[in-house]
Design a protein around this ligand. Structure first.
Ligand SMILES: *[C@@H]1O[C@H](CO)[C@@H](O)[C@H](O)[C@H]1NC(C)=O
Ligand SMILES: *[C@@H]1O[C@H](CO)[C@@H](O)[C@H](O)[C@H]1NC(C)=O
Ligand SMILES: *[C@@H]1O[C@H](CO)[C@@H](O)[C@H](O)[C@H]1NC(C)=O
Ligand SMILES: *[C@@H]1O[C@H](CO)[C@@H](O)[C@H](O)[C@H]1NC(C)=O
Ligand SMILES: *[C@@H]1O[C@H](CO)[C@@H](O)[C@H](O)[C@H]1NC(C)=O
Ligand SMILES: *[C@@H]1O[C@H](CO)[C@@H](O)[C@H](O)[C@H]1NC(C)=O
Ligand SMILES: *[C@@H]1O[C@H](CO)[C@@H](O)[C@H](O)[C@H]1NC(C)=O
Ligand SMILES: *[C@@H]1O[C@H](CO)[C@@H](O)[C@H](O)[C@H]1NC(C)=O
Ligand SMILES: *[C@@H]1O[C@H](CO)[C@@H](O)[C@H](O)[C@H]1NC(C)=O
Ligand SMILES: *[C@@H]1O[C@H](CO)[C@@H](O)[C@H](O)[C@H]1NC(C)=O
Length: 801
C-alpha cells in the first residue's frame, strides 16, 4: 500500500513537471526581481498567480499572491517572520542556481534551501512556485512549505501544520494553527500549546491508528485521505452546485487571523483580469467564541446579538481598550499577604456564574461552595477559583481559556470566584484613579512619616546605649568567658557526655569578633540572616546565623534542648552545627562554612548548569540527608522548608541540607497543626494551606519540587508570556510526561534518557497532592538508586480530597 502511495506521488511529481514545462513561463538563471523597478514579479501563464515582492508595512516581503483586485490575496510568504526589506532589495536566481536576496545591508541570503542547485524556476498555474534541476526534476516547491493557506491540488501532510497570519496586512506567524496530526486527526489549536485535547477548539475527530493527509482537490473539496487515497472525510459535506464555479475557479483554504479555517472560491469574470469575486464555501468553527483564547489572556468571549465581543473577567481591564482581542490585565494593586492576615479588607471576592475555564489549577480540593470562596480570599496565591460539584480548584492569573457557558455542564452547577482589590493600579500617565478608601492619602503619608521619625529616634538611642553597655560588658565577658561556660554546663546538668561537648557554646562577643561585627553577609535563611566568620585565629571559616526575634520567645531551656538534638545529628549530607550562642534574647548558631554556595546559585544563577552526573549525585545526596532526618536520627525531624536555598554545596561538591531542626523551635509538637512556620511558596505541600496535620510527607513534597528543578534545571515557577503552559513546573512536567515529550524538558542538555525519565517519575510521585500517595524518603532513595522500579505516577492534583 505504501508503495502504491509512492507511485502516486511519483506520478504526481512527473505530472507537475510536465504541466510546468508546458504551461509555465520558464524563469532562467540570472533573472532578478526588485520591489520598485520592473520586473517586480514572475507570473504564472494564466496571470492569476504572481511570485515576487509585495508590500508589508513600510517595506516588502517575498511571496506568492493571487492577482485579485482591488487587493491581492497573499497565499504564501518566504521567511514570514523576517522583517520587511527596503525598496532597494533585489531577488536573483543566480548563475550558480540559488535564489538569493540582497538587501543593501548585510550579506546575501538564500530564500529557499535546496540540496542541488537549480537550473530554472517556474511559477505554475496552480499557484505553486517550483525550482528544477538540470534533469527537470523538482528540487523545491512552495506547496511543500505552506504558511497559512493551501490551494487546489495542494496537500497538508501528516505532521505538518498551517499557521495563521497576524492580520490581513501582516503575514507573520499569528495566533492559531491547524495541525494534521500523525494520529490522523486534523485539529485547530491556539499557538504555544502542545497537541493536547484540552487546547483544541475544532477537530475532525478522525484519529485512530492510521495516518491521514489533507488534500484540497481541483473542484474545491477538502478531503482527508489515508495512505491508499481513500477518502475518510470531505468538506464541505453538502456542497451544493454553484453555477458560477467552473474550471477556471481557484480554490483556497486558509486559517484566518481570527482562528477560523475557511474555504474560498475565487472565480473570474473575464479570462484576462481577475476581480474581487470570492465566495466563502465553508468554515469551521461556526462562531468566533468557539476559538480558544480569541479574547487573549483573562478575557472571555460572549455573543451579543450574534456578534462576538470580548469582555474581561472581574478585576481586570483591557490591556488596550482599542484592541479588545489583546487580553486583559489586573486593575488593582497586589497587596502583601500580611495586610490580608491582619484583617484589613483589601480584597473581596466577586462571584460569577456561567463562566468556566480549563486551565490547570495549582490546587484542587474537596470542599463546600462557601469554603471555596473563603479559601480563595484567604490564600495569597489564589486569584480565581472555580467551584463545581463538591470540588474547588484555585488558580493564579492569567487564565488562558475563560469562556461563557450557556447551560450548566452536565447539569452540574459551577460558580467562579474572582479576587478583586480596592486599590487601582496607577495609570501610565501618572494619574491614579483611586477608589475611595477610608484613609485619605495625605493623612496616610503624614502618619507614616511621624512614625518613621520616632522609629529612627528610638533605633538611634537604642543603638547608642546598646553600644555603651556592650563596650562595658564585653571586656568583663572576655575575661569571664570560661567561668560562664562552666556555669552553663552545671545549670543544664548535661556535662560529661561526648555529644554535648562537641557542640560548643559561644559568647555573643566572641561571635561578633569572629564575624568582624557581622560585616560579611552570606544571605538570609528562613530563620534569620547568615554571616561569614572565622574562628581559631582565622583558621576555621564558619557561617553564623542570627535567629530572628520570634525565636527568642522560647525559653532558654527549650532552646538548649533543641540545640542538643540538632547537635546529635551526624550525617555527611547535613550541614554540621558547631555551636551556638544564647544570651539574653540573642540566639545565634554556628555552622560549618560551605565554600561552594547553595544549590539555588548552582542551578539558577551560574552560567553553566552542572552536568548531568553531578545533578544525579546532588539529588541523591539531598534524598539521603532527608532520609536520615526522617528515619535515622533519634527523633524524627521534619525539616519544613526544603528548598534549593537551604541546600549547600561543600568543598567536595557534596550537597548538604541546612536549617533543619529549627522549625521545631516554632512548633514544639510537630504533628499538630500550626501556623507560625510556613514553608516557602512553591515548595509548600498543599496540606499547609489546609489545616491538616503536617507529617514527614510535607518534606517529601518539597523534595519532589526540588528534584524536578534539579532534573530540569529551572525554577518551579517561571513566567514567560509566550510559554504560559510552562509556567508551573509540576504541571509542565506532567504534561510532557503523559504526552511522551520529555525531550522538551531536557532543553538540549546532555542527559541519560533512562535516568532522566526515572527521576521525573519519582519527582511526580513526590508532588502528589494527597500525602498518602507520596512515597517515603526510604522508597525515594531506593527508586533513585535503581533498587526498586518506579511505576507510572498519576496526575499530581487528581487525587486531592
Ligand atoms: C507583524 O507582526 C509581528 C508580530 O506581531 C510584528 O513583530 C511585526 O512588527 C509586524 N510587522 C509589521 C510590518 O507590521
Ligand atoms: C473584496 O471586497 C469586499 C467588499 O466588497 C472586501 O470586504 C474584501 O476585503 C475584498 N477582498 C479582497 C481579497 O480584496
Ligand atoms: C538601501 O536602503 C537602505 C535604507 O532604505 C539604506 O540604508 C542602504 O544604504 C541602501 N543600500 C543601497 C545599496 O543602496
Ligand atoms: C547536472 O548537474 C550535475 C551537478 O549538479 C552535473 O554533475 C551533471 O553533469 C549535470 N547534467 C547535465 C546534463 O548538465
Ligand atoms: C474532488 O472531490 C470530490 C469528492 O470526493 C469528487 O466528487 C470530485 O470528483 C473531486 N474532483 C477532482 C477533480 O478529483
Ligand atoms: C484506507 O481506507 C480504506 C477505506 O476505509 C481502507 O480500505 C484501506 O485499508 C485504508 N488504507 C490504509 C493504508 O489503511
Ligand atoms: C466561468 O464562469 C464565468 C462566470 O460565470 C465566465 O465568465 C467564464 O467565462 C467561465 N470560464 C470558463 C472557462 O468556462
Ligand atoms: C468530600 O468530602 C466529604 C467529607 O469530607 C465527603 O462526604 C464527600 O463525599 C466528598 N466529596 C467528594 C466529591 O469526594
Ligand atoms: C476593576 O474592574 C472591575 C470590572 O472588571 C470593576 O468592577 C472594579 O471596580 C475595578 N477596580 C478598580 C480598583 O478599578
Ligand atoms: C491620562 O489621564 C487622563 C486624565 O487625567 C485620561 O483621560 C487618559 O485616558 C489617561 N491616559 C492613559 C493612557 O491612561
Amino acid at each position: 500500500m505504501a508503495s502504491a502511495f509512492v507511485v502516486l506521488l511519483l506520478l504526481s511529481v512527473i505530472f507537475q513537471a510536465i504541466v510546468a514545462q508546458h504551461q509555465s513561463n520558464q524563469i532562467s538563471l540570472g533573472s532578478s526581481l526588485s520591489p520598485t523597478r520592473d520586473p517586480i514579479s514572475w507570473g504564472s501563464p494564466s496571470g492569476h498567480f504572481k511570485f515576487g515582492f509585495y508590500k508589508k508595512g513600510s517595506g516588502y516581503s517575498i511571496g506568492i499572491w493571487l492577482q485579485t483586485s482591488p487587493k491581492i490575496t497573499i497565499v504564501w510568504t518566504a521567511n514570514r517572520d523576517d522583517p520587511p526589506v527596503s525598496s532597494n532589495a533585489t531577488l536573483t536566481l543566480t548563475r550558480d542556481g540559488k535564489l538569493m536576496l540582497r538587501t543593501g545591508q548585510g550579506p546575501e541570503k538564500t530564500i529557499v534551501k535546496t540540496l542541488e542547485s537549480a537550473s530554472f524556476a517556474s511559477m505554475v498555474d496552480s499557484g505553486n512556485f517550483v525550482l528544477f534541476n538540470n534533469r527537470s526534476d523538482i528540487i523545491w516547491s512552495s506547496f511543500d512549505f505552506p504558511t497559512d493557506t493551501i490551494l487546489g491540488g495542494q496537500n497538508l501532510y501528516s505532521g505538518s501544520e498551517l499557521f495563521s497570519s497576524v492580520s490581513k496586512t501582516n503575514h507573520s506567524t499569528g495566533q492559531y494553527r491547524l495541525k494534521m496530526q500523525s494520529d490522523g486527526n486534523l485539529v485547530l489549536y491556539p499557538i504555544n500549546t502542545i497537541d493536547q485535547y484540552v487546547d483544541a477548539y475544532w477537530a475532525t475527530d478522525s484519529d485512530g491508528q492510521e495516518q491521514h493527509h489533507l488534500f484540497l482537490n481541483y473542484t474545491g473539496e477538502l478531503l482527508l485521505l489515508n495512505k491508499t487515497m481513500a477518502t475518510i472525510r470531505s468538506f464541505p459535506s453538502d456542497s451544493s452546485y454553484d453555477e458560477r464555479l467552473n474550471s477556471s475557479t481557484i480554490y483556497l483554504a486558509t486559517v484566518g487571523d481570527d482562528g477560523i479555517f475557511r474555504l474560498f472560491a475565487h472565480y473570474f469574470v473575464t479570462e484576462s483580469r481577475a476581480y474581487n469575486t470570492s465566495t466563502e464555501l465553508w468554515s469551521q468553527p461556526d462562531n468566533q467564541c468557539q476559538v480558544k483564547s480569541f479574547c487573549g489572556l483573562n478575557g472571555y468571549c460572549t455573543l451579543d446579538d450574534k456578534l462576538s465581543v470580548c469582555r474581561c473577567i472581574p478585576g481586570t481591564d483591557f490591556v488596550d481598550p482599542n484592541q479588545q482581542f489583546s487580553g486583559c490585565q489586573r486593575n488593582f494593586t497586589e497587596e502583601s499577604c500580611k495586610d490580608v492576615k491582619n484583617g484589613k479588607a483589601v480584597y473581596n471576592i466577586a462571584p460569577m456564574e456561567k463562566i468556566t475555564w480549563d486551565d490547570y489549577p495549582y490546587i484542587k480540593e474537596n470542599m463546600s461552595q462557601e469554603d471555596c470562596r473563603k479559601s480563595c480570599l484567604e490564600d495569597c496565591n489564589c486569584d480565581a477559583a472555580l467551584y463545581n460539584s463538591g470540588y474547588c480548584t484555585k488558580h493564579k492569573l492569567p487564565l488562558k481559556s475563560a469562556k461563557r457557558v450557556d447551560d450548566n455542564i452536565n447539569g452540574q452547577s459551577s460558580i467562579a470566584y474572582f479576587k478583586m482589590g480596592t486599590r487601582a493600579i496607577k495609570s501610565d500617565n501618572g494619574s491614579s484613579t483611586l477608589v475611595p478608601s477610608p484613609l485619605k492619602p495625605q493623612t496616610l503619608v503624614r502618619v507614616t512619616s511621624k512614625k518613621a521619625v520616632i522609629l529612627i529616634l528610638l533605633v538611634t538611642i537604642g543603638f547608642i546605649s546598646c553600644s555603651c553597655v556592650f563596650l562595658a560588658v564585653s571586656g568583663f565577658f572576655i575575661f569571664k568567658y570560661r567561668v560562664v561556660e562552666y556555669k552553663w554546663l552545671l545549670e543544664t546538668g548535661n556535662f560529661g557526655s561526648a555529644d554535648e561537648l562537641t557542640l560548643r557554646p559561644f559568647s555573643y562577643s566572641e561571635l561578633k569578633r569572629a564575624t568582624n561585627g557581622f560585616k560579611e553577609g552570606l544571605g538570609r535563611g528562613s530563620f534569620g540572616a547568615v554571616y561569614k566568620g572565622v574562628l581559631y585565629n582565622g583558621e576555621k571559616p564558619v557561617a553564623v546565623k542570627r535567629l530572628e526575634k520570634m525565636m527568642s520567645d522560647r525559653s532558654e531551656r527549650e532552646f538548649h534542648a533543641e540545640m542538643l538534638v540538632i547537635g546529635r545529628t551526624h550525617h555527611k549530607n547535613l550541614v554540621r552545627l558547631l555551636g551556638y550562642c544564647s544570651e539574653d534574647s540573642k540566639r545565634l548558631l554556628v555552622y560549618e562554612y560551605m565554600s561552594n554556595g547553595s544549590l539555588a546559585d548552582l542551578l539558577f544563577h551560574s552560567e553553566t548548569s552542572p552536568d548531568w552526573n553531578e545533578r544525579v549525585k546532588i539529588a541523591l545526596d539531598v534524598a539521603r540527608g532527608i532520609l536520615y532526618l526522617h528515619d535515622e536520627c533519634e527523633a524524627p525531624i521534619i525539616h519544613c522548608d526544603i528548598k534549593p536555598q537551604n541546600i549547600l554545596i561543600d568543598d567536595f561538591w557534596t550537597a548538604r541540607i541546612s536549617d533543619f531542626g529549627l522549625a521545631k523551635l516554632l512548633m514544639p509538637d510537630q504533628t499538630r497543626t500550626f501556623t507560625l512556620v510556613r514553608g516557602t511558596r512553591g515548595y509548600m505541600a498543599p496540606e499547609w494551606s489546609k489545616n491538616t496535620p503536617i507529617s514527614v510527607k510535607a518534606d517529601v513534597y518539597s523534595y519532589g519540587v526540588v528534584l524536578l528543578e534539579i532534573v530540569c534545571c529551572r525554577r518551579n515557577m517561571e513566567i514567560d508570556p509566550s510559554k504560559l503552559e510552562e509556567t508551573i513546573l509540576i504541571n509542565w512536567v506532567y504534561k510532557c510526561f503523559i504526552n511522551r515529550e520529555l525531550n522538551k524538558l531536557v532543553r538540549g542538555q546532555e542527559v541519560d534518557k533512562k535516568t532522566f525519565e526515572n527521576m521525573v517519575k519519582v519527582g511526580l510521585w513526590c508532588v502528589q497532592d494527597e500525602p498518602a500517595l507520596r512515597p517515603s524518603m526510604k522508597s525515594v532513595v531506593m527508586m533513585l538508586e535503581g533498587i526498586t522500579d518506579v511505576s507510572i505516577p498519576p496526575c499530581p492534583s487528581s487525587s486531592s480530597g
